[in-house]
Design a binder for this molecule. Sequence first.
Ligand code: ZN
Length: 203
Amino acid sequence: MFLENASRKGWIEVICGSMFSGKTEELIRRLKRAQFAHQKVEIFKPRIDVRYSEEDVVSHDANAFRSTPVDSPQNILLLSSDVDVVGIDEAQFFDDSLVDVCRQLADSGIRVIAAGLDMDYTGKPFGPMPALMATAEYVTKVHAICVRCGNLAHHSHRLTADDKQVLLGDQDSYEPICRHCFNNCQESKPQEGITPATQKTAK
Ligand code: ZN
């Protein structure tokens, strides 16, 4: 699907899905393949994501890749001169300027591969991901398996009561579930736990 063509013109790829769907593993797979072909690869992640290691992009299977934590997408531009491929992990945590930064990188001939959560724990599109998906040449949705019924899962269901959009966590804080199990959870949830936009009027 991804033809690394000889002309080496830039483009944007997005890898998205829920937690535990293998987004980062897929990002690392593509980056390693480019590196093996002697292409110069740089990988960035938002400084906010320091769950495992300050400098490594580490997927859940501990398949590490050296990365640079940055405070803003602008820093990615500054650090990407003389690079063939730019990888961006946890792209959902960057602000909307990431979309324009990816466009500038691709326009200048760089292959950009951005991985991130497509939806937050409430099922809403997450940060710059929707705009990034719209402007990318290639979008890959990867899926987890629903821990409740075994269907394909695309929701990251939060297991704690915290209602901040950004809550870094792992198996203890989230579980991947499918559309139907997600809807069942929403229905059985107390109303105060739901954001105002989706809150039903009291009966
Ligand atoms: Zn399910």
